[in-house]
Design a binder for this molecule. Structure first.
Ligand SMILES: Cc1ncc(COP(=O)(O)OP(=O)(O)O)c(N)n1
Ligand SMILES: Cc1nc(C(=O)O)sc1CCOP(=O)(O)O
Ligand SMILES: [Mg+2]
Length: 235
């Protein structure tokens, strides 16, 4: 039945009340989101839960567990944890790459890249509820994401080459300027090599939202790191 309905009708059916934490609330929170954290499972230190609380206290709005070393059972377990902690802080959380995993969780967000499932396929599999995010690495990809009504947000990067995404060349800050100048109506994030030393340049180039990994996962005080980054992003 869902496939025969428009996306708006499906969203209504799946909960359009901003107060209930359903799809409309997720999209409203995404619109206001500024700082998005991707983290590995921190299996070596075993402190994922404590780390997440700290980052979220510091002002992270969205958290994504991104860890290719996990088997699917462990990934599902950890998504439960990420979801519970994020919800305690009123934050959003995301599943990366695997629509089967996303479909088994209550994740508000499912993120894919250019080499992953097409957005339309993700939408068909997951229905109208989840926020769908997309990685882009070129002006044409950003324009395609902006033009796709099923894309709820997109990311532009990597601005700088980063060991967190080996093999993906830097796109440079000029691409960010170009995307910002096109005034997308879809929420979009800058990503790749962003840290406290570079965030002012990212904002000056026109971004209002940023995704980071090492700037928080590598910090000795993740709460302070998140707070400092959040403080440099617009309100
Ligand atoms: C929020 C966010 N932005 C970008 C990515 C990268 O996605 P992708 O290019 O598919 O690379 P992998 O993360 O799958 O290695 C992301 N995961 N999240
Ligand atoms: C996961 C990822 N995706 C990117 C993209 O450009 O799509 S850059 C990236 C890694 C960002 O890590 P850090 O903040 O440690 O540089
Ligand atoms: Mg991917």
């Amino acid at each position: 039945m869902l496939a025969a309905m428009t996306s708006d009708e499906q969203r209504d059916l799946q909960g359009d009340d901003v107060s209930d934490g359903g799809p409309a609330a997720w999209r409203a929170r995404l619109a206001g989101a500024r700082l998005y954290l991707c983290t590995d499972a921190r299996e070596d230190s075993g402190d994922l839960e404590e780390f997440l609380h700290a980052a979220l206290r510091g002002g992270v709005d969205v958290v994504q567990l991104r860890d290719r070393t996990l088997d699917v059972r462990r990934e599902l377990e950890l998504h439960e944890l990420v979801g519970a902690v994020a919800s305690e802080h009123g934050a959003l959380w995301a599943v990366n790459d695997r629509a089967d995993v996303a479909g088994l969780t209550s994740a508000p967000i499912f993120h894919t890249g250019q080499d992953d499932l097409p957005v339309a396929a993700s939408r068909r599999l997951l229905g109208a509820g989840p926020v769908l995010g997309r990685s882009t690495h070129a002006a044409a990809e950003a324009a395609a994401a902006e033009a796709d009504p099923e894309v709820d947000y997109f990311c532009v990067g990597p601005l700088w080459a980063t060991p967190t995404k080996p093999g993906r060349p830097a796109v440079g800050i000029d691409l960010l300027r170009e995307v910002a100048a096109s005034r997308p109506t879809t929420p979009w994030f800058a990503i790749g090599g962003i840290d406290l030393d570079r965030i002012d340049e990212v904002v000056a180039a026109g971004a209002t939202r940023a995704v980071v990994v090492r700037a928080i996962t590598g910090a000795s005080d993740p709460e302070a790191a998140a707070r400092a980054l959040r403080g440099r992003l617009p309100r």
